[in-house]
Ligand binder design. Structure first.
Ligand SMILES: [Zn+2]
Length: 116
């Protein structure tokens, strides 16, 4: 019997892309961060999550952590990172990252980590 390991672990140690989280400003592997992009909306821009990293345009990177999201919002890091100004609607990202805060269990990644 031949075992075919369709090697899904394509995580190359050297040369793995590293990005900076717009929330905590820490560098991390891109695979550990959530990519977000800005989309033109009626009254400004909407920041939308791009877990598949397929959306065109300038992206920003964020830990899938509500804390990092809050920090990014507070310092308006999305506008700077995405090169957009005006009203930014981050509700889509917030929704994706929303996690029970007082449970004592970190489930922040549960909803979206299904694909690596
Ligand atoms: Zn972070």
């Amino acid at each position: 019997m031949v075992q075919r390991e369709s090697s899904k672990s394509q995580l190359v140690r050297s040369g793995s892309p590293v990005r900076t989280c717009v929330g905590c400003r820490e560098r991390a592997l891109a695979v550990e961060l959530l990519r977000v992009v800005a989309r033109a909306a009626v009254d400004g821009y909407a920041v939308v999550p791009d877990p598949q990293r397929r959306l065109a345009g300038r992206g920003a990177w964020l830990h899938p952590d509500p804390g990092c999201l809050n920090r990014a919002i507070r310092r308006r890091a999305f506008g700077a990172a995405l090169r957009v100004s005006g009203h930014l609607d981050i509700s889509a990202v917030a929704q994706m990252l929303e996690a029970p805060r007082d449970s004592g269990v970190n489930t922040a990644g549960e909803s979206y980590t299904s694909k690596r």
